[in-house]
Design a protein around this ligand. Structure first.
Ligand code: PXP
Length: 379
């Protein structure tokens, strides 16, 4: 269950960083199945809580309410006003200070109380340090890797030389993308072999090669050495990749493909639907990573179906993380539907193509990339 953040504050507050940190912190304590509610409010509301429950009629920065409930671990209330002042005095940012206060509140929920004496204060400080350590040296926000296939689709429409996907790869990197993705299809309908070779040479972040698990493609990958291969199903008649790889049925052949790619030193991700049996099978193949196919979520015709698909993605991302798999997500994601997934801390990378390249036609690639980065990283 993700930390449920409620904002009751007169100005908008970006909670993406806090949400992802809070989820990682709960996971580090094995509490990610329990509910924690976090209210972000102002000084006057926290003063009311402080006065009513602790007989202290002044605004404090954070208050915790442990619950004796098997589902709900507790509630935390934080004053944005106090957090902002403390951030300024402590020369830190508001998002960082909110995380520090959440850690303090969580330490209280975990049973520590610095007010009970020096020994307790020391224990609580150690616990807070341990919690902070679970955030050290890790990429809190998800990466954005951009698929430039559809730049090649436009080029192939005329069979000429422009627009050049290799140039697009350079521009998306300059705009701040964390990686470039290309899908070398068996029918070469968009990306060509020379595109993959040239993009391999110029990419300075990382290159993901999407491909079918065929001998030909494994041969090309072994020679070009992308940073990671994503194995996808491929049907000649499809417009785009429809549905995930059925790893559960093809476990033997996929395991062999994974092992051949590993022999060439290439890590492997499997593009699969958000289904338990696919995730468990993916784990057995030895792949390092899965990419959850988000098409059913993106294409949902009504809110109810979309919510159901979203919940399924969250549950399956959790399961995969618990099994030690890295979780990526992609397909059909756009400027409207990505924000909700960006708050899911288990998803560490997004692979997005069509919507970004489409928007580039109107606003340019750089701006289209930056707008998506703002959604995924909250900056
Ligand atoms: N991930 C995979 C494995 C894909 O096959 C595709 C489509 O090429 C994408 C992500 C990107 O999907 P979209 O172009 O809809 O953003």
């Amino acid at each position: 269950m993700p930390v449920c953040i409620l904002v009751d504050y007169p100005r908008p507050i970006d909670t993406l960083f806090l949400q992802r940190c809070a989820d990682i912190l709960l996971r580090s304590k094995g509490l990610h199945q329990r509910e924690v509610n976090l209210l972000l409010t102002d000084n006057s509301t926290i003063e009311q809580f402080n006065s009513r429950w602790f007989n202290r009629p002044w605004p404090t920065n954070v208050i915790s309410f442990p619950m004796n409930d098997p589902d709900c671990f507790g509630d935390i209330v934080i004053s944005i006003d106090r957090a902002r002042e403390e951030a300024e005095h402590g020369l830190t940012t508001l998002p960082n200070r909110l995380v520090e206060l959440f850690i303090h509140g969580l330490a209280h929920l975990l049973g520590e109380d610095h007010e009970l004496g020096p020994e307790h204060a020391q224990r609580m400080e150690s616990l807070e340090f341990e919690l902070k350590k679970s955030l050290f040296r890790r990429n809190i926000m998800a990466d954005l890797c951009i698929n430039v296939d559809h730049v090649a689709t436009i080029r192939q429409a005329r069979g000429g030389v422009e627009p050049e996907p290799v140039v697009a790869a350079g521009i998306v990197e300059l705009a701040g993308a964390d990686g470039v993705v290309v899908h070398l299809r068996e029918d070469r309908r968009h990306i060509q072999d020379r595109d993959v070779r040239l993009i391999r040479e110029i990419v300075q972040t990382r290159l993901t090669l999407e491909m079918a698990a065929t001998d030909e493609m494994i041969g090309i990958a072994s020679e070009i050495k992308p940073d990671i291969v994503t194995l996808v199903p491929e049907k000649r008649q499809e417009l785009t990749t429809e549905g995930g790889l059925d790893v559960a049925s093809l476990e033997t052949s996929i395991t062999e493909a994974v092992s051949r790619l590993h022999d060439s030193g290439i890590p492997v991700s499997l593009f699969i639907d958000a289904e338990r049996e696919q995730i468990e099978a993916a784990k057995r193949t030895g792949a390092e990573c899965i990419e959850i196919h988000t098409g059913r979520y993106a294409d949902a015709r009504n809110e109810e179906t979309r919510d159901k698909e979203f919940d399924m993605i969250v549950d399956m991302a959790r399961l995969a993380t618990d099994l030690g798999l890295r979780v990526h997500a992609g397909h059909g994601l756009n400027y409207q539907n990505t924000g909700r997934l960006a708050a899911v801390s288990e998803i560490v990378e997004f692979s997005i193509g069509h919507s970004i390249i489409s928007r580039s036609v109107f606003v340019g690639i750089e701006r289209a990339v930056k707008e998506m980065l703002a959604i995924i990283k909250g900056c």
